[in-house]
Ligand binder design. Structure first.
Ligand code: FAD
Length: 408
């Protein structure tokens, strides 16, 4: 028997109650419900080890050297791989998708091989991404598919197209193949109703990626947002870009899809700009990046009829701001025009608490052969090294949860 004011559907009622509760990102019980105590102890050991910058710098060098001389590395890297990746192939990653979905967190299968060259490798990457789209088809455990254009193109060619230099006939032919790969992935994703995101990369590759992404959005986003490009708000021109793209979409009657991120290549960008004697495309400081990131969230929330977003961040303040602003505007947490995304093994306190409150939340679940995931794993280790001797946020939360479980 239900009271006149309560919802007759228990799931809807639970979501309504959750939606009215304040969001607590320090609720480690919810954040780590999917991890066993054994898993958490291993993670504490691993984050402790990668917490020291000197250790990571030395480890990264040793791993690159071992890779070059083909030393077996699985025994050292396996625990790190298992924590941050779904598996060596899609099949292995399905277990992770099942586990995440039990807590309302969706999966974004992310083929993790980087820097491949040669037509064979580029076609193989295309086929892998296509398989990920096929796996996500009609399966509510998957939120999006994703790809990097640099997995489908030689980087030199991408750079040349971005700089608008003229191409040789062979390059024109190769570029047509890149366009064909991007086009077939987006076409299949749209056909099967699997929204697909195109990652953002270094500025010298990005204008070609922008053009491809805009063409795909124009083709597939009328009425429903299926293709998402990415804007890096550490670039000082990207807030304008978001606004212009939204305006173009409004005028041309399609929906702009944008994943908002701060940006992953800051040092590389600054170094290259300096070496080439041109101004850096990156904001002068973190505060400016944060300001534009939050302004982009505000802008998007005010224009959801013309732009849909994925908020790709581990930043607690921005995440809380977006969730609270959605509530204060009367948007339902599950409104599909706004999604939240984090990486597997990072910021579980955000992902699982957001999902428990009914927000559309997903994890990038990288998969691929362990050796090919090494650059990705090194980046995750570098991100988790301590700043000024402080324990990383991840390690602090894991310790907190282990202490809580002891007193249960
Ligand atoms: C789901 C998801 C998808 C992603 N996809 C992409 C992608 O397609 N392309 C991409 O480039 N990155 C991508 N990233 C990575 C992202 O851009 C950030 O590098 C990473 O998430 C850290 O930023 P943050 O907002 O989570 O956290 P924070 O810790 O709040 O921010 C760190 C970020 O702030 C910026 N920053 C730091 N110091 C300064 C400074 N001195 N001056 C200016 N800016 C500064 C940098 O961008 C740095 O990465 C993705 C991240 C997630 C979670």
């Amino acid at each position: 028997m239900t009271s006149p004011n309560s919802s007759p559907n228990p799931a809807v009622a639970a979501a309504e109650i959750a939606a009215s509760q304040p969001l607590a990102f320090d609720d480690t019980r919810t954040a780590f419900a999917h991890r066993s105590t054994r898993d958490l102890r291993r993670a504490r050991w691993m984050f402790g080890l990668i917490g020291a910058p000197a250790m990571v710098a030395l480890g990264a060098k040793a791993v690159r050297l071992a890779l070059a001389i083909r030393l077996p590395l699985n025994w050292i890297l396996r625990p790190v791989f298992d924590y941050f990746c779904g598996g060596e192939d899609i099949q292995e990653s399905l277990d992770t998708a099942v586990k995440l979905s039990q807590y309302g967190v969706k999966t974004i299968l992310d083929y993790s091989a980087e820097g491949q060259t040669g037509e064979g490798a580029l076609n193989a990457a295309h086929d892998q991404i296509m398989s990920a789209i096929q796996s996500a088809k009609g399966d509510a455990r998957f939120a999006f598919a994703v790809f990097k254009v640099s997995a489908l193109s030689d980087n030199g060619l991408l750079e040349k197209v971005s700089s608008k230099a003229s191409l040789t006939p062979e390059e024109q032919d190769a570029w047509q193949k890149v366009e064909g790969r991007v086009s077939s992935l987006c076409q299949t994703a749209a056909q099967h109703d699997v929204p697909i995101m195109i990652d953002a990369e270094e500025t010298w590759l990005q204008s070609a990626i922008d053009t491809l992404a805009e063409t795909m959005m124009r083709r597939h986003n009328a009425g429903t947002c299926r293709i998402y490009t990415t804007a890096q708000l550490y670039r000082h021109d990207r807030l304008d870009y978001l606004q212009q793209l939204t305006d173009t979409a409004r005028k041309e009657r399609w929906i702009a899809g944008i994943k908002l991120v701060r940006g992953a290549y800051m040092e590389k960008e600054r170094e290259r700009a300096k070496a080439e004697g041109r101004p850096s495309p990156i904001q002068p400081d973190k505060a400016a990046t944060d300001r534009d990131f939050n302004a982009a969230l505000d802008f998007a929330l005010g224009h959801l009829d013309h732009v849909n977003i994925v908020c790709g961040t581990h930043n607690e303040e921005s995440t809380l701001k977006l969730a609270q602003d959605m509530r204060s505007k009367g948007l339902k947490p599950g409104d599909r025009r706004v999604a939240f995304a984090q990486l597997l093994g990072m910021s579980d306190n955000l992902s699982f608490n957001l999902a428990a409150s009914g927000f559309e939340t997903a994890k990038y679940v990288p998969y691929g052969p362990l050796r090919e995931a090494i650059p990705y794993l090194i980046r995750r280790a570098e991100e988790n090294t301590s700043v000024g001797g402080q324990t990383s946020r991840e390690l602090e939360l894991i310790r907190q949860e282990l202490r809580r479980r002891k007193t249960e």
